[in-house]
Design a protein around this ligand. Structure first.
Ligand code: E4P
Length: 216
């Protein structure tokens, strides 16, 4: 399973990249706004900077919601760097645009996916990635990880090449569960990735080894 970081924060991207386990980045308008990135030039430059730090796919989301506008915006985003993947919302014009991008050699990530039907449409349109939102599904008392497993199973049965990118990850256990459910990629906040490191017995064991090492 690939590890993507779900952020537009450069310090966090550098920290995760330095760990050596980072395979890519996902962003969205909320994450870009959180970093204070405003205006087309600043947005393009920010994506360029991220692409220069990380050797992997970087999802850049369109703000448009009509076919022609999505195509124009997506073409410009894709031109920023070869690693840019155009992130398109799961709406009717979005699906149509994903098919157009697929036919024209531009890779896409279909976002805001909340059921298997949407995931089938994304795959039919040729999306490189489909993004089911695990945490937001859990918030509605459904099981987000279960959806990842269902999509992975359908894609496997049907031979779809679209990668299942588990998004809206809230904790380290989500990452473990998504790996078990067959996710191809998990896009996570840095804290959730670092949460995988933690176990009290590791800390206790290390303290004891270090203490005993002084006696060697
Ligand atoms: C995925 O690509 C989205 O950017 C993201 O995972 C949404 O997560 P949230 O539900 O924590 O906002």
């Amino acid at each position: 399973m690939k590890f993507f970081l779900d952020t537009a924060n450069l310090a966090q991207i550098k920290e995760a990249n330095d760990l050596g386990i980072l395979d890519g980045i996902t962003t969205n308008p909320s994450l870009m706004a959180k970093e204070g990135i405003k205006g087309k030039e600043a947005i393009d430059n920010h994506y360029k900077t991220i692409c220069e730090i990380v050797n992997g796919d970087v999802s850049a989301e369109v703000f448009s919601t009509t076919f022609n506008e999505i195509i124009e915006e997506g073409k410009k985003l894709a031109a920023i760097h070869p690693n840019i993947v155009v992130k398109v919302p799961m709406i009717k014009d979005g699906v149509k645009a994903v098919k157009w991008f697929t036919d024209n050699g531009i890779r896409t990530n279909v976002t805001l996916v909340f059921n298997a039907g949407q995931a089938i449409l994304a795959a039919k349109a040729g999306a490189a990635y489909v993004s089911p939102f695990i945490g937001r599904i859990d918030d509605t008392c459904w099981d987000g990880v279960q959806l990842v497993a269902q999509i992975a199973n359908i894609y496997s049965i049907q031979g779809f090449k679209t990668e299942v990118l588990a998004a809206s990850i809230r904790n380290a256990n989500h990452i473990i569960q998504c790996a078990e459910a067959g996710a191809d990629v998990c896009t996570c906040p840095l804290d959730s990735i670092l949460g995988l490191l933690k176990h009290p017995l590791t800390d206790i064991g290390l303290a004891k080894f270090l203490e005993d090492a002084k006696k060697m």
